[in-house]
Design a protein around this ligand. Structure first.
Ligand code: SAH
Length: 238
């Protein structure tokens, strides 16, 4: 037992060293973030997030990198709350990221469309869960920041498009799953059309008071279920 714990300790030290990309050990700053990150994952478990790939992904991804430096501080990167990322937008609360990802029931290799790249953090979680990720962001400055953060963290394979996600991304459709992280007034029809047979779509719907809507396409029929009350920034149109 003791030996297993020691081995785990060594493995995680190596993982830190590689992630930091410096090869000179773990900086005090990185170690501090890692402690906060593990506390965040422990909190997600208390909130009944059980999906192992979601927990592993969120335990691995350096969330602080996705918060632009001007907005980053020790209190916001891993706290269970949404935080500003500039341009009037926010990075979603960790619990909501975990909950929505878990609801997508991803399988390795699933093609996933995200509307509202924002910081890029949710896209990284999807990629860590084995998805082939396509993400659309309407604000060019945020799309640029997300691209840089994702590249820096090794997620070059994630595709990002600057534009209006209301119309989806027809060139790459159909998708196994679609996740929307800004709130339209109603479920965009183009997104339902771009969902594969057997696919899942999760979207916060409404103005002011919003609900998560989970939609499944089965044998050509669309089943829709209302879920948690939530608060997302509105989906804007071009
Ligand atoms: N998933 C993000 C959170 C994004 S906040 C993360 O992990 O950080 C919602 C984002 O949706 C904002 O960045 C906002 O600019 C974007 N957005 C709003 N309307 C949009 C639209 N029509 N198409 C694409 N992105 C949109």
């Amino acid at each position: 037992m003791m030996r297993a714990m020691l081995v785990m300790g060594v493995v995680s030290m190596i993982a830190f060293t590689n992630r930091a990309g410096e090869g000179a050990g773990v900086s005090a700053e990185d170690a501090g973030w890692a402690v906060q990150r593990q506390a965040m994952v422990a909190q997600l478990k208390v909130y009944h997030i059980t999906n192992t790939c979601v927990l592993a992904a969120m335990g691995r991804i350096r969330r602080q990198v996705f918060i632009p430096a001007a907005y980053r501080n020790v209190n916001n990167a891993y706290a269970d709350a949404p935080f500003p990322i500039g341009s009037g937008q926010t990075i979603s609360q960790p619990y909501i990221v975990a909950y929505m990802t878990e609801k997508l029931a991803l399988k390795p290799g699933d093609k996933v469309l995200e509307i509202g790249t924002g910081s890029g953090y949710q896209a990284a979680v999807l990629a860590e869960c084995g998805a082939d990720v396509y993400s659309i962001e309407i604000i060019p400055e945020l799309a640029r920041h997300a691209r840089a953060a994702l590249d820096a963290e090794g997620y070059q394979r994630i595709h990002i498009l600057t534009g209006d996600g209301y119309k989806g991304w027809p060139e790459y459709s159909p998708f196994d799953a679609i996740i929307v992280t800004c709130a339209p007034d109603e479920v965009p029809k183009a997104l339902v059309d771009q969902l594969k047979e057997g696919g899942r779509l999760i979207v916060p719907v409404g103005r002011g008071s919003q609900r998560l809507v989970i939609l499944r396409k089965q044998r050509g029929q669309v089943e829709q279920e209302e879920d948690l009350p939530v608060r997302f920034v509105p989906m804007v149109r071009e």
